[in-house]
Design a binder for this molecule. Structure first.
Ligand code: SF4
Length: 215
């Protein structure tokens, strides 16, 4: 707090406003239009986003990285893929340059391998935009970057399509998907609906994911 003003709250409100503007635009009312982001992240979270939404907690401008690229003139435009069973699959990559599809993600530490949800998202984009090559670019808090290249993979896309069908069925039948414990839980706005308690620290969460105590 400086003077009479709570600048932390001002910044938090600014991040939330910008975050809403930059988020993927998802038609939450239409279960026949499913966004790739809904099935590459925890499907239970996506189910709640559609049926009983709560605002996510946005605390860092760095989380808005991909959305900022999409808003630029050379950012990518949304695209749709017809799954031929009445479902259209929607996605938006962050940028396409020289026929290479790119997504940008902020991280606090560089992973040894790209995160599964980013691989699935990028691979789906390759099918939806009908491209062959893609790159995931991770950027850390001081602006360093690490990149991972990916080539279009059919089996991985078929797996994603199965998740789309499962998600649509669960939404239609009003059945809550199973919990998908991951590090995503620690920042998820639905944590208490899944685990019934106030947020615990990361150590507790890792214990839950591993299903055992550790020293
Ligand atoms: S807390 Fe975890 S399992 Fe529950 S909805 Fe959120 S991400 Fe999914």
């Amino acid at each position: 707090m400086m003077g009479d003003r709570d600048f932390r709250t001002v910044i938090k409100n600014a991040i939330e406003s910008v975050g809403k503007e930059l988020d993927y635009k998802i038609d939450l009312e239409n279960v026949n239009k499913i966004h790739v982001n809904e099935v590459t992240k925890c499907m239970r979270r996506s189910y709640y986003d559609r049926t009983a939404p709560a605002e996510p907690e946005r605390t860092r401008f760095s989380d808005l990285l991909g959305g900022m690229f999409r808003k630029l003139d050379y950012g990518s435009i949304p695209a749709t893929y017809d799954l031929k069973n009445g479902i259209s699959l929607e996605a938006q990559s962050d940028m396409i340059a020289d026929d290479v599809v790119m997504i940008f993600r902020s991280v606090s530490e560089f992973p040894e391998d790209p995160f599964a949800k980013d691989i699935l998202y990028l691979n789906a984009c390759l099918w939806i935009y009908n491209k062959v090559d893609g790159i995931i670019v991770y950027i850390d808090g001081v602006g360093n970057e690490a990149s991972f290249a990916l080539t279009k993979d059919k089996k991985m896309f078929e797996e994603l399509v199965r998740r789309v069908q499962t998600f649509r069925t669960l939404v239609n039948e009003k059945k809550v998907p199973q919990v998908e414990p991951s590090t995503e839980c620690s920042t998820c706005q639905y944590y208490e609906r899944c685990f019934g308690k106030k947020k615990r620290n990361e150590r507790d969460l890792v214990q839950q994911i591993l299903g055992k105590d550790f020293k």
